[in-house]
Design a protein around this ligand. Structure first.
Ligand code: NAP
Length: 281
């Protein structure tokens, strides 16, 4: 596994496993156990996914030492504000059966996220969280938060894949020393992702499939990835991206796939904001 050093010195694996939309808790526990077996150590969950307990159970029953894991969870909008976030951090630790989190993110840039961030800074200083960061913060809100808080976010997790490469946002993250992490590195299969001709043709030259080329592209562009699959054989495929390298020419061919827009929604769209802020966890 390769690691990135975050702005506070914490080492984060460049590849992990995400558990969004694995809502059946037994299935989620099985998936995380399989992923641990395959070699994944970074796990990405969230209060809003409703499966922190399942992730915790799989970690607790594995033989892998705690310090080898890198566990991320996220505070949902309904837990925003200093007091609620403080309580919700304890709740997440409890559900995950952990003494500390490796990374805690503000899931969405809505409600009192300044208050949330203060609770996170406090828990960070107490050693309950090794690194704190944000998710879905577009550049304007990221700069605002980074400028007016003591601890600069270590990570910003945003939608990133070959069809929405986020180069502008990446430059701002680099400027503020915030590590770029991708959610939906396969765009959840949208836009015929796995059938894409460019990805498949490049893959053939390396004996790889489209999914592996797509992950490798992001990793070579300094983006941390957390693909999700419930299939063990795909976990293996997605993990095997460190035995080949894309040439400058291949990186260029993939760079032009960028549509510079979301495959899902925009956090600037009022209807989307109304929808997301109305979701209960
Ligand atoms: P994704 O990883 O882009 O795509 C998952 C889809 O790809 C699933 O349908 C999966 O199918 C399929 N797949 C995976 N590996 C494959 C392979 N090797 N070959 C063919 N198909 C494959 O989508 P995502 O789950 O939305 O994103 C990944 C993680 O990012 C999430 O799990 C979550 O941790 C995080 N995330 C965060 C946010 C946020 O707001 N912060 C939002 C979305 C996601 P099967 O499962 O059927 O194999």
């Amino acid at each position: 596994m390769k690691y990135k050093t975050l702005n506070n010195g914490v080492e984060m694996p460049v590849l992990g496993y995400g558990v969004f939309q694995i809502t059946d808790l037994e299935e989620c526990e099985r998936c995380v156990s399989d992923a641990i077996d395959v070699g994944y150590r970074l796990f990405d969950t969230a209060q809003a996914y409703g499966n922190e307990e399942a992730v915790g159970r799989a970690i607790a029953k594995s033989d892998v030492p705690r310090e080898e894991f890198f566990i991320t969870t996220k505070v949902w909008i309904s837990n925003a504000g200093y007091e609620k976030a403080k309580a919700s951090i304890e709740e997440s630790l409890d559900k995950l059966q952990l003494d500390y989190l490796d990374l805690l993110l503000i899931h969405q840039p809505f409600n009192d996220y300044y208050g949330t961030y203060r609770a996170m800074e406090e828990a960070y200083k107490e050693g309950k969280i090794k690194a704190i960061g944000v998710s879905n913060f577009y550049s304007d809100r990221l700069i605002d938060l980074a400028k007016f808080n003591e601890v600069v976010p270590a990570v910003n997790q945003v939608e990133t894949h070959v069809f929405n490469q986020q180069h502008q946002a990446h430059e701002i993250m680099e400027k503020y020393e915030v590590q770029h992490q991708a959610w939906a590195p396969f765009a959840e299969g949208r836009k015929d992702f796995f059938e894409n001709e460019t990805l498949n043709q490049i893959g053939k030259k390396h004996g790889k499939i489209a999914a592996q080329v797509a992950l490798r592209f992001l990793i070579q562009n300094d983006v941390i990835v957390i693909p999700k699959t419930t299939h063990r054989e795909r976990m293996v495929e997605n993990f095997n991206v460190f035995d080949f390298s894309l040439s400058d020419d291949e990186l260029e061919q993939i760079a032009v796939l960028d549509k510079k827009e979301s495959a899902f929604f925009s956090h600037y769209d009022p209807e989307t904001v109304e929808y997301i802020t109305g979701l209960e966890r």
